[in-house]
Structures are given as C-alpha cells and as structure tokens.
Ligand binder design. Structure first.
Ligand code: FMN
Length: 182
C-alpha cells in the first residue's frame, strides 16, 4: 500500500549532502508508488516555539504563531512516515530541524492528553566526521517517547563540501530504503 512521506530537511544547503541523501530516498520511495513531500526548513520562515501552551485550538493551524509551519502541519498530519534529515552540527541535529520539530507540539496540543500522532520514521544525516552517537541517542529516545517506529537510519560520514557525497554507498542505501517502503 502506498504511503505518504514527509521529509523535514534541516540542512540550509539545498544541493548539499543531506539533500543528496533525501533525494535518493525520495526517488526510491516514489518509484514504488509512495507520495513524498520535502520541506527545506532553512529557507522557510519558521520561528522557535514560544512555550505558551496556547495552541491546539484549530487543527488546521494549531500553533498561535502564524508562519510557514502552516505549510507543514497539514502534510505532517496526513503523513504515515516522517523523515528527519539533518547535517551533523556540533554532534547533534541542526537548529533548523529542532526548531521545526518543537513546533509540532502544537499538533499534540489538539489532543486533550497531548498525545502525538503515531508515525513511522527515518533518520537521515550527513557529517564531516562519524560522530553520530548523540544524534542517534536523541532519535532513538524520541521514537520511544512518541511511540513511533523507526524504519531505518542513513548516516553518511566523511562528507564536508557540497558534492563530497557523490560516490558514497549511503546514497544507494538511501535509495534502497526508500524503495523498501510500500
Ligand atoms: C555549524 C556546523 C557545525 C558542524 N558540526 C559538525 C560536527 O559536530 N561533526 C561533524 O562531523 N561535522 C560537522 N559539521 C560538518 C557538516 O556536518 C558537513 O559539512 C555536512 O556534510 C553538511 O551537510 P549538508 O551538505 O547537508 O549541509 C558542521 C558544519 C557546520 C556548518
């Protein structure tokens, strides 16, 4: 059965290494009939959560702040699979991804018990080194807390400049992971 996939790409480089991985993932996923929508968070107008606990009143636009998250909310709500994609920044995910993810709390606020919608997920990351441990820990704990099911991780080390990734095995792995969905 075809699935709806949302990619939250926290890299500011639209042609960068993270984007190369998400592109291959999306290619594989689309080839087997899934629907993929990717958001490049770095070029969107997305503000940090204000912690006001005042959201959740309008399911179509659940946050009190009105910015580009309103483009993401409807796609997120419909999505079966959430792909969290980011370059490794100071041994963790980028601020762009964390900022957008915090704002998804407004969706949980639509539920009287702050329950987050159940999703499947994927982690995609690129880095100069190979220090993904802290990010993996964050992702694994997030999955557990939200009750989400991880479908896999694509972690590509050894890439710094745009284009460094071109011969990396992880591009094929990302494509295969996308293709395995459905
Ligand atoms: C602010 C910043 C912090 C970074 N921190 C790390 C790091 O902690 N470890 C690492 O291996 N690479 C680090 N890098 C390198 C990036 O992860 C690497 O260049 C990656 O390929 C960028 O992905 P992109 O092309 O999708 O932007 C950092 C880069 C920047 C700009």
């Amino acid at each position: 059965m075809s699935k709806k996939i949302i990619i939250l790409n926290g890299s500011p480089r639209k042609t960068g290494n993270t984007a190369a991985l998400t592109s291959e993932f999306a290619k594989g996923a689309r080839e087997v009939g899934n629907t993929v929508t990717e958001f490049f968070l770095g070029s969107m107008n997305i503000h940090g959560c204000k912690g006001c606990f005042g959201g959740g009143k309008n399911p179509d636009s659940p946050c009190v702040q009105k910015d580009d998250m309103d483009k993401i909310y409807p796609v997120y709500k419909e999505a079966d699979i959430v792909v969290l994609a980011s370059p490794l920044y100071y041994w963790t995910i980028s601020g762009q991804l964390k900022t957008a993810f915090d704002r998804l709390f407004a969706v949980a606020e639509c539920d009287p018990n702050y329950r987050n919608p159940r999703k499947e997920s994927v982690l995609i990351m690129a880095a100069e080194g190979h220090g993904f441990e802290e990010s993996e820990y964050w992702y694994d704990r997030l999955e557990k807390h939200l009750g989400w099911k991880s479908l896999g991780k694509i972690l590509c080390g050894g890439v710094m400049a745009v284009g460094d990734i071109k011969d990396k095995q992880e591009l094929k792995d990302a494509y295969e992971l996308g293709k395995a969905i459905g």
